[in-house]
Design a protein around this ligand. Structure first.
Ligand SMILES: [Zn+2]
Length: 371
């Protein structure tokens, strides 16, 4: 398996196209055509983690935070940490790949895994991503409805949440009159024709549109298939920010905070109390999610767990929602378990034994002075 093949598989789950526009996800350094000897997963690359990769013969490193975020002005390997890492990656034939906000915004990504780790069920996105979908409408003769629909589905069209192969069709009649140079599938050139046709409609994610249209055209019998592409204002139910779920039984504030400490392995954390002492519905956003505190309140969450929360945000939230700053590293690290499982499952299906490890050394720079 090459790095490129692994990346292709990862991006079926966490497409680059859903990432925040200013993010820099995908290949960071290295040659994706190289065969993968082992995979090392980390939140961010450090020299210690890179050395672990070398020790464990992993030449593909997956990091959540991109190494290359700001444009580089120079690569100074004398005193710049990132430059030194780039040098070590290249010298040792390593590939570094990053999935950042695309891992945040995907189902079973950072926030879903955080919600699962603390034991929530019935997990949904806290806020769905804005529209990035199209409606594809195509008119096909009755004989070709299955062939064209299958081609669209196989190319990734018609996915709505937990459902795939979603489409709507209705029958009607189409008309055409081909020129003398035409070669109509039914009827005759130069003659006005009326034929029964089926109108098929499907939702398509923007980044899949090109391949879905290509597959549809390839399988459509007409010389000039008629089709329409409409931009949609719908929220995309397949991708979103944060997650919200419920505990089976409500917990008291004390029980809830103790559970967080245990499940998330927290040494210490900051919080402010909410409006009541019973915690049942909980919203989460792994990493810096303070801007969604009001979204969590509007969703009737009793508590909201995120990181990088400012003093004034606590002040605004106090009395409205139990707000917890559980730490950036602590709210994101759990997602690597899911990344490992996703890659391991793939390796099993293709019968390949390639090790997938998690970074041993914590890259969290934050320490607690007194606990
Ligand atoms: Zn982060």
């Amino acid at each position: 398996m090459t790095g490129k093949e692994l990346i292709k598989y990862l991006e079926e789950w966490i497409p680059k196209a859903v990432a925040w526009q200013k993010d820099n996800v995908g290949l960071q350094v290295g040659n994706p055509a190289r065969k993968v000897s082992g995979v090392l997963l980390c939140l961010e690359l450090t020299e210690k983690t890179l050395k672990q990769a070398l020790r464990q013969r992993c030449n593909f490193i997956f990091s959540h935070h991109p190494l290359l975020f700001q444009p580089l002005k120079s690569i100074n390997t004398f005193n710049d940490k990132n430059s030194r890492l780039i040098e070590l990656l290249i010298k040792n034939d390593l590939t570094l790949y990053s999935a950042h906000t695309n891992l945040d915004y995907a189902k079973d990504g950072v926030s879903f895994e955080l919600a699962k780790t603390i034991g929530l069920s019935n997990i949904k996105f806290l806020k769905k991503l804005d529209s990035n979908q199209f409606k594809l409408v195509v008119f096909v003769p009755e004989t070709h409805i299955d062939k064209v629909s299958e081609a669209i589905f196989n190319a990734g069209g018609g996915v709505i949440g937990e459902y795939k192969k979603c489409s709507f069709s209705a029958s009607g009649s189409g008309t055409f009159e081909g020129s003398e140079n035409s070669n109509p599938f039914t009827g005759n050139a130069g003659k006005f024709e009326k034929v029964n046709e089926i109108r098929i409609e499907v939702l398509v994610d923007s980044w899949k549109l090109k391949s879905v249209i290509a597959a549809m055209l390839k399988n459509h019998p007409y010389e000039e298939p008629a089709y329409d592409v409409y931009p949609l204002a719908n929220e995309n139910v397949n991708y979103g920010i944060g997650a919200i779920g419920e505990f089976e039984k409500p917990l008291s504030q004390k029980e809830f905070l103790e559970l967080l400490e245990k499940k998330l392995g927290l040494q210490n954390f900051r919080y402010c109390s909410g409006s009541n002492n019973k915690i049942k519905t909980v919203a989460v956003c792994g990493g810096s999610g303070a801007e969604y505190i009001n979204t969590a309140i509007s969703a009737n969450a009793d508590a909201y767990i995120t990181a990088d929360v400012k003093y004034h945000s606590f002040q605004d939230a106090e009395g409205k929602i139990l707000l917890i700053d559980a730490g950036h590293f602590e709210t994101e690290i759990h997602s690597l378990k899911k990344v490992k499982k996703y890659i391991d499952d793939y390796l099993k299906t293709i019968n390949l034994e390639i090790p997938v490890y998690a970074a041993k050394d914590s890259s969290n720079p934050i320490k607690f002075y007194k606990i």
